[in-house]
Design a protein around this ligand. Structure first.
Ligand code: ATP
Ligand code: LTN
Length: 334
């Protein structure tokens, strides 16, 4: 019997710094788990990274480090394609066509644009504004069925769906309409310092996030300093106890324990014990990732081989789609 064709997945992460525990729980950790059931393409989104100022040498280094970190987090190049976005020029080609199917008003409503333009008021560039169109191109160019991301990317996914539908109805059926794939638990890990805000790698306060490469002492210190509340009870209540609830979410994602199990485990104990347990659970999960990361980073030939092969394969798929789009759009073919 003919095997059913696997659904396709695409996702990406910006090489704007070392990944946080939020990136890991909300996105990257899940990517490896999907490899057996889906055809997966994962990308280091360096084109997106320059929507805010980047130092060229740092960007180059961070792109290499992000690639090694993705492999260390479980992406297996024998099962998935891993590539760097700028090495597949077709994304930018499609992005232009799609930008002509996207309304100014739609882009103006993107909350990430509003947040980032407030944060970088001296550099509100056109790329920051049109970034969701490039993201739509990243997804649609592979006809991805599913896009595993954290909750903050939902609005961008909605836009990609709208743009795809618009192109399909204006020209003819071309793009698969992608669905977001957002994990039930951990889709939005909050800042340890301000638990009303999401944990973000570009936060100025280093105590607000845990990085995947933080050493055990740093992880313990950051957990101990995490903002909680004064009632001293480990209970899940995201609205009234956002700090404790966030730590419980992290602990649950690290250990697989349910919230009520965690409440029982720490009943009658103080926040100190709880925070130490959270820290140890993170350390246990991240130690093997860190060891694997160092090994891969030291094997330059392997890493470059994986990225070269990934880019070639991705380019082959992407180029064919762009040719199809160009033809449908009415660009003169020779
Ligand atoms: P930056 O701070 O540079 O904007 P970021 O930390 O928000 O970066 P991205 O590269 O924009 O990270 O996101 C990569 C992936 O991680 C996306 O799928 C995003 O939804 C997810 N993600 C980011 N932050 C969190 C978070 N706090 N909780 C859960 N998922 C997250
Ligand atoms: N915009 C995403 C990164 C990203 C992405 C994508 C995610 C770029 N292209 C395509 C999913 C699919 C972000 O992390 N801010």
């Amino acid at each position: 019997m003919e095997q059913e064709k696997k659904k396709r997945i695409l996702s990406g992460i910006q090489p704007t710094g070392t990944f946080t525990l939020g990136n890991y729980i909300g996105a990257v950790r899940n990517w490896g788990k999907l490899q057996d059931d889906y055809e997966c393409l994962y990308m280091v989104a360096d084109l997106h990274a320059i929507t805010v100022r980047q130092n060229p040498a740092d960007l180059r280094r961070q792109t290499k480090e992000a690639s090694a970190l993705l492999l260390a987090c479980g992406i297996d190049p024998k099962k998935s394609l891993l590539f760097v976005q700028s090495q597949v020029p077709a994304h930018t080609q499609l992005s232009w066509v799609l930008s002509c199917c996207t309304q100014f008003g739609e882009l103006s409503r993107m909350t990430q644009f509003k947040d980032k333009s407030a944060k970088h008021a001296d550099n509100v560039n056109a790329g920051l504004f049109t970034y969701p169109v490039l993201m739509a191109a990243d997804i649609l160019i592979y006809n991805a069925d599913l896009v595993p991301v954290g909750a903050d990317q939902k609005q961008h996914l909605e836009l990609a769906r709208n743009v795809a539908q618009r192109f399909n109805s204006q020209y003819s059926d071309t793009f698969t309409i992608p669905d977001p794939y957002i994990a039930k638990a951990g889709a939005k890990i909050m800042s340890l310092a301000e638990p009303e805000k999401k944990m973000s790698k570009s936060d100025e306060n280093a105590n607000s996030y845990i990085l995947l490469l933080d050493d055990p002492e740093t992880i313990r210190r950051k957990c101990r300093r995490a903002v909680t509340d004064s009632d001293g009870i480990v209970r899940f209540d995201a609205e009234n106890k956002p700090g404790v609830s966030n730590l419980m979410t992290i602990y649950s994602c690290m250990t697989g324990k349910e919230m009520d199990e965690i409440e029982t485990e720490f009943s009658g104990k103080g926040y100190g014990d709880f925070k130490d347990a959270v820290a140890e659970s993170i350390i246990a999960e991240l130690t093997p990732v860190q060891q694997e990361y160092q090994r891969i980073l030291n094997d330059k030939e392997y890493l470059e081989g994986v990225l070269k092969e990934g880019a070639q394969h991705a380019q082959y798929i992407a180029d064919r789609l762009v040719q199809k789009v160009y033809r449908k759009t009415g660009f003169y073919q020779l």
